[in-house]
Ligand binder design. Sequence first.
Ligand SMILES: *[C@@H]1O[C@H](CO)[C@@H](O)[C@H](O)[C@H]1NC(C)=O
Length: 262
Amino acid sequence: MASYGNFNEYFDITWGDGRAKILNNGELLTLSLDKASGSGFESKNEYLFGNIDMQLKLVPGNSAGTVTTYYLRSQGSTWDEIDFEFLGNLSGDPYILHTNVYSQGYGKREQEFYLWFDPTADFHTYSILWNPQLIIFSVDGTPIREYKNSESIGVPFPENQPMRITSSIWNADDWATRGGRVKTDWTQAPFTASYTNFKADACVWSNGASSCFSNSTWWFSHELDSTSKEKLKWVQNNYMIYNYCTDPKRFPQGLPLECNNS
Ligand SMILES: *[C@@H]1O[C@H](CO)[C@@H](O)[C@H](O)[C@H]1NC(C)=O
């Protein structure tokens, strides 16, 4: 009962004045960025928990200064958010995959990674599994980050606010590449990222209630098994380049509480 993604059916283009395009009868979506504007799209549905897959092929060549985002976000000033952001780079230099989790408007929970493949050469699957116990970020089925519910020690967890799937491409050359030292080369524009094979095995929110497909909720109580934990460790040992939980300088009052729960 999962919804396999026709982009026309599940998404609206929200900005970019023609720079976002749905192609091939809804099977492909492209977002582009030029000097005048980026572009973006958003799901028609709001979701409360789910396992959501999307395949992305990132801007090839010199993508320095560009940021492609793919995330879940709720409304309002105390929003929840689960983020993938892809920070571009000069040709041949690695993208950074930046992740973050916000609950009730508070984020500062970044982990960043290099990838073990060229994310511009082919489509790869980026997944968010979100259930009441945890959030798992995966790439091609390999978990790269696990964020556990730490409510029992006083850390709010995203669990009450339905979220939309949102994506955009924009210019962030003030910070994205080598901390902002490499600027966007506009002679290379437009910069285009592509999306396909969206799949939401998720609970859809409507009229104040959430409806899940009971046969397909394997993910609702999912936890990492020992094989997946080994894979997670492999990624974290070899590809993780930043973890807020190992950055005490940033938190002079002490590391965030949830850092003790991982
Ligand atoms: C870009 O490449 C440089 C050099 O390899 C690297 O230090 C940096 O982390 C890469 N990624 C970004 C987004 O700056």
